[in-house]
Design a protein around this ligand. Structure first.
Ligand code: FES
Length: 68
């Protein structure tokens, strides 16, 4: 779905930016995708997707076995 209509940014692009290590804060999404740099209406939704993706990464990392 489109999150930022001003820049045509989707939730998939936001999740990719996070999982590829380009973004850990809304400011990073602003820099790399332009999110929340115009009207700002997308800021809350983009932040929620960012936090959700970071939490999923953290939970996945905790579930992985530690190599001995
Ligand atoms: S909808 Fe993202 S800046 Fe306007």
């Amino acid at each position: 779905m489109y999150v930022c209509l001003c820049h045509g940014v989707t939730d998939h692009q936001i999740r990719a930016a996070v999982t590829e290590g380009h973004a850990t804060r809304l400011r990073d999404l602003n820099r790399c995708l332009g999110v929340a740099s115009e009207c700002g209406a997308c800021a809350r939704c983009a932040h929620e997707i960012l936090q959700d993706t970071l939490a999923n990464q953290h939970n996945t990392a905790k579930a992985l076995p530690v190599a001995a």
